[in-house]
Every structure is written in C-alpha cells, then in structure tokens.
Design a protein around this ligand. Structure first.
Ligand SMILES: [Zn+2]
Length: 352
C-alpha cells in the first residue's frame, strides 16, 4: 500500500484524502488486501503523508520505497485488549494472539500498536500509551558523564559503568556462523557485467544457507538486545538519581570513520544512550566536544597537555597537587561546563 501510494503520488497531484479514497478500488484489484486490517492500510498512507511533510519542512529527502523483508511492520491507530492472565492480546483481523509473558503496563489508554517482524522472523508488538507517573525526576541534582571505550561511562560522582562489549564478546561465535554461511553459498551463480564486476546473483540458495543466514541474524539480534538492555539499565539508574545530565556532544559519525575505533564505538551505543537519557531525564545538556575535558584540572583549572595521550589513566595536577582519575576529572569538567550554560538559579541548586 505504501509503495503503491508513493508511486501514485509521484505521478499525480494528490493529498492523503485522495490516496485513502483509492483503497476500496485497490482492494478489488488486489484480493489479498482484504486480509489486512483497513486501519493499517490507511495508517500507511498517513505515514507516507508525514514523510512528504518532513521533506517539505527540510528534515529529510522525502519518502522512499519500502523493501519487503526489511523492518516489516504495520500500525493500527487504536487500542487493543490485553489479557495478562492468559498472556494474550487481541489484534485486528487476527484475534487473540499469545505473547511471551511480560510485565503488565500501567493502567492507561493505548493509543496505537505496531506489529513488527525482526530479521530473525520474530514478531514484536509495541504499544503507544500514556504512562502515569512517568514525569522525570526533578530534584535539581546534576551529574556529568564522560563516555569512553575503556569504561562505558564514568560519572562525576565516581560511579563507573563498565563497557560490556556485547559485540566483541559474541564475535567468535559470529565469525563461525558467518563462515558456515559463506561455505554454503553455492547454488547461486554471480551475474557479471561486461567488465567482470558482480551485478547480482541468480536463483535461490540452498536450504542450509538460509538456515545459516538465520543463525547469523539471530546472533546479531541477541547482541542488539543485550546492548539495549544494558543501555536501559544504565540510563534508568542515572535518571533515578539526577534530573540534570551533562554529557559530551560526541561526533560519533566522525569517529566511526576511524576504522580501528569503528567497531568498538558502534558497540558502545552512545547515540542510543543519549536518546534514552533525553526521555528519561528532566534535561540533558550537551557540552561542546572540543572542550578539553580531560586535560583540565577540575580543581584549579590547570591545563595539562600530556593528558591528550589516552593511555594516561590518572595524573597529579602540577598546579594544585590533586590526584585525578582521568575519566572522573573529565566528568567533573563536563558537569561544570554544562551547568555554566544552564539558568543560574538552577545551577546553584544543582551544585549544592
Ligand atoms: Zn589542579
């Protein structure tokens, strides 16, 4: 429906309403559209409208055609009944479907739900609902966070969150699975162009190749889930103590270009971490990444150029003699720098 509407909208001057009006006609043309909940069809057109709107507002390049098998999902813009006693949820057109037991959500109205299928063939349901008592903590306390590769995050209060390196830990298993997959790549022949460059492949792979491919996808999914779980735990712990978080504005994209660092940086999930902090905390202040947080003494302000070397883990300030842990000193500087950009009354409150 999304691709069909997009193709139509590219050829004709239409609005959302015109596209939705086409649905009944398409249903007679494509019988199988009748198997799908009508709200999901309408929703995909509303989503397309949003994508066009984003383009006009200059947020992105506009809608693109969706590819089957990649992030397949549909959304129903209404609530759904959930039976926590039997772990069943009632879905449009499908009826009662069993789900893996989960903690009940707080009493609330569900606005919409989305069914998605992961690359491993697992189905997920996400609910959009307004949760009561979810306003972020507002105690005026602030913390600075220095993120890194050696430790995932070091807080100005001395808390250290270790880097769990989910990807690195699964790497050996992943390599074995990927080799198996490569070995089973046989049935298909590469299609070459005139210059001998590969432009595609013919036909299907063997059953065992698809099995190996699924195993690789499952391994990636496990890594993703573990990482996400860890990020949720760390960010929740911080949000339960502090309402103001100061954090370095890291140029993750730029850093990932450095190939040696790329894998370990992608593994950390800093961007996802910040996103979680933003919705869990009252305010997140980002500090300029060129601000020399690790080189400056957080007590007297002395600038120690030697500290640029990442291997220096601790140092004594030549100016005031304070013994610094590299990361905690950086976190304290980030906190101070962040609060200097914060309304003065709030800063004073936070520093008490
Ligand atoms: Zn000093």
């Amino acid at each position: 429906m999304y691709n069909n509407a997009l193709a139509f909208a590219q050829r004709n001057h239409v609005n959302n309403y015109d596209l939705i009006k086409r649905i009944p006609g398409l249903k007679t043309e494509f019988e199988w559209l009748k198997e799908v909940p009508s709200q999901a069809l309408q929703q995909s057109i509303i989503d397309l409208g949003k994508a066009f709107k984003n383009k006009w507002n200059g947020h992105n390049g506009g809608p693109v055609f969706h590819k089957k098998g990649r992030r397949d999902s549909y959304r129903i813009p209404t609530g759904c009944e959930i039976d926590y006693a039997r772990y069943k949820v009632k879905l449009a057109k499908l009826g009662w479907v069993k789900f893996y037991k989960d903690k009940p959500i707080e009493q609330s109205t569900i606005h919409s739900y989305t069914i998605s299928k992961s690359s491993t063939g697992r189905y997920y349901i996400s609910l959009l609902y307004e949760a009561p008592n979810r306003t972020p903590l507002n105690n005026g306390r602030a913390v600075g966070i220095d993120v890194g590769i050696k430790e995932f995050a070091v807080c100005s209060d001395g808390t250290v969150f270790e880097n769990q390196k989910h990807y690195q830990r699964q790497l050996r298993k992943l390599r074995v699975l990927q080799r198996t997959m490569a070995r089973r790549y046989d049935k298909s022949k590469d299609i070459l162009d005139a210059n001998g460059r590969k432009i595609g492949t013919t036909g299907e792979q063997s059953k065992n190749w698809y099995k190996a491919k699924a195993a690789v996808a499952r391994c990636h999914e496990k890594i993703r889930n573990q990482r996400n779980d860890h990020l949720n735990k760390v960010s929740s712990q911080i949000a339960s103590k502090y309402s103001v978080v100061c954090i370095e504005d890291l140029n993750v994209k730029g850093m990932v270009k450095n190939r040696n660092l790329a894998k370990s940086i992608s593994d950390c999930g800093w961007t996802a971490f910040k996103t979680k902090l933003r919705y869990k905390c009252d305010s997140v202040i980002e500090v300029d990444r060129f601000f020399a947080s690790s080189q400056t003494c957080s007590v007297c302000g002395y600038k120690n150029v030697r500290i640029k070397n990442l291997s220096v883990r601790s140092w004594t300030c030549p100016g005031c003699g304070t013994n610094h842990d590299r990361d905690r000193n950086a976190a304290t500087n980030i906190l101070r720098e962040g609060l200097s950009r914060y309304p003065i009354s709030a800063s004073l409150e936070a520093l008490r």
